[in-house]
Ligand binder design. Sequence first.
Ligand code: AMP
Length: 110
Amino acid sequence: MTLFEKIIARQIPADIVYEDADTIAFRDISPRAPVHVLVCPKKAIPKLSDSDDGDTETLGKLLRSVARVALAAGLTDYRVIINNGAGAGQSVFHLHLHLMGGRTLTWPPG
Ligand code: AMP
């Protein structure tokens, strides 16, 4: 079971800011911006590249959850990041979207 599955199952604590039937959002334990929230599907998809056409609705719901959390946080300008694979910085192998905002974000990210 991955760390994020344990958060979804309430086996380990997290600062959960939004949850619905298919998605959950909680604050990153090591925030890189004033608002840094991770939005995950409840379904255990390890990486975006492991998703398939059956996950299309779930993937859409993830983006809607990001927009809801951003709105609730009062963000108008923000960034949404998916690290796909260790070489791209992925360290937890349960799909998650990083929502980051609350400061000026430079481009490109490192
Ligand atoms: P990634 O590197 O894209 O896989 O992102 C994983 C993120 O999970 C990192 O930004 C970590 O800071 C964050 N993280 C690790 N453990 C926890 C935890 N227990 N609760 C919340 N966020 C966590």
